[in-house]
Design a protein around this ligand. Structure first.
Ligand SMILES: C[S@@+](CC[C@H](N)C(=O)[O-])C[C@H]1O[C@@H](n2cnc3c(N)ncnc32)[C@H](O)[C@@H]1O
Length: 344
């Protein structure tokens, strides 16, 4: 696994000081990992940054690994990545997720080292007509179901897509709500946002906008959305309760949540839980159905329905061949309603 320079910024966090840490002598570091945050630049420019202590020079990286300059700080970065996602801070988890999907959006991740979740649209429940209606470049094969199949969208509605990626579901929603409706896609990955905005512009979608933001703190006003959709994203959040609280906040009273996502049907084996690629590949972050129901209820949602899709096991098994991942995970349709009045 390659490492990011910004993980270094967290070397003084309590989790990094954990006695469980094991320091490894060498590891691959890619040049792309340093883009935009080179400690050398910070150092030589005398720039300081909160929490970023760049004393050492470690500019000498290549595709094959560090040529020289394996400094304490780099080893500290490795220590950070030795910590599994289950024990990492939410910020570290989000950063790894952002890195993985930034690479997907810019075509740098051929899924060679990462687990690949690319799935055919028809396997996810979209029709050939759906596939033809959205720009081809918006389909990155990253979904795990079809939230629009349960969204029952109507003319004039306001729709919010959590983790909109390159915009595929937003464009289908835009068609369903018509010119008097509006669709907002929120994604935390710059590269995804750029791709989605390009897709909207090139294809003349005027009722869709894409906003940069985290789904745990949505850049959306209270009580302003009719339907919140999402496709294979909430499993990636290390703070799912916050995501549901936010979805509840932005929905109008009577508004609906219509989500396709991965859910766990059995506790995952420890090696998969500890695997970063399985986390960023939408597997090991999935919650159990009962946990999701509890979180949705705690947010205030009612009429909660979580319907596992048995047919999804056929594509899930391809995500981690040989690991029988389909025995632990399934794609599900998740529906819930924000009541007209909040129950006490
Ligand atoms: C598996 S992809 C799904 C993309 C899209 N929904 C689709 O079906 O093609 C996950 C997307 O969610 C975004 N994402 C993951 N966690 C997020 C978070 N906490 N806040 C905002 N976006 C997030 C990623 O940047 C990525 O674009």
């Amino acid at each position: 696994m390659s490492l990011r320079a910004d993980n270094f910024s967290r070397t003084s966090s309590p989790s990094v000081m954990s006695p469980k840490l094991r320091v490894v002598p060498s590891f691959p570091v890619l040049r792309t990992d340093y883009i935009g945050i080179s400690p050398i630049h910070l150092h030589s420019a005398g720039v300081t940054r909160n929490g970023f202590k760049a004393r050492a020079k470690f500019a000498t990286t290549s595709e094959r690994g560090l040529k020289r300059g394996v400094m304490k700080c780099v080893l500290s970065m490795r220590k950070v990545m030795e910590i599994p996602p289950t024990e990492s801070s939410s910020a570290t988890v989000r950063e790894e997720v952002r890195r993985r999907y930034g690479a997907s959006a810019s075509g740098k991740s051929a899924c060679a080292n990462d687990c690949c979740t690319s799935t055919e649209l028809t396997d996810l429940g979209y029709s050939a007509e759906d596939a033809a209606a959205a720009p081809e470049a918006a389909d990155l094969g990253l979904g795990c179901g079809n939230p629009l199949a349960i969204a029952s969208l109507k003319d004039g509605q306001v729709v919010l897509d959590l983790g909109s990626g390159a915009g595929f579901d937003c464009f289908l929603a835009a068609r369903a709500v018509g010119k008097s409706g509006r669709v907002i896609g929120v994604d935390m990955t710059h590269e995804m946002l750029t791709k989605a905005r390009e897709n909207a512009e090139k294809n003349g979608f005027t009722n869709v906008e894409f906003r940069l933001g985290e789904i745990e703190a949505l850049p959306v006003a209270d009580n302003s959305v009719d339907v919140v959709i999402s496709n294979c994203v909430i499993n990636l959040s290390p703070e799912k309760q916050r995501v549901f609280n936010e979805a509840f906040r932005v929905l109008k009273p009577g508004g609906r949540l219509a989500v396709a996502d991965m859910v766990a049907t059995a506790p995952l084996p420890d090696d998969i839980k500890a695997d970063w690629a399985a986390y960023t590949g939408c597997m090991s972050g999935a919650s159990q159905i009962t946990e999701l129901e509890g979180m949705l209820q705690a947010s205030g949602f009612r009429d909660i329905k979580i319907a596992p899709k048995d047919s999804s096991r056929s594509f899930i098994r391809e995500w981690l061949p040989g690991k029988r991942i389909e025995d632990y995970l399934i794609s599900a349709a998740i529906e819930a309603v924000k009541p007209q009045r909040r129950f006490s």
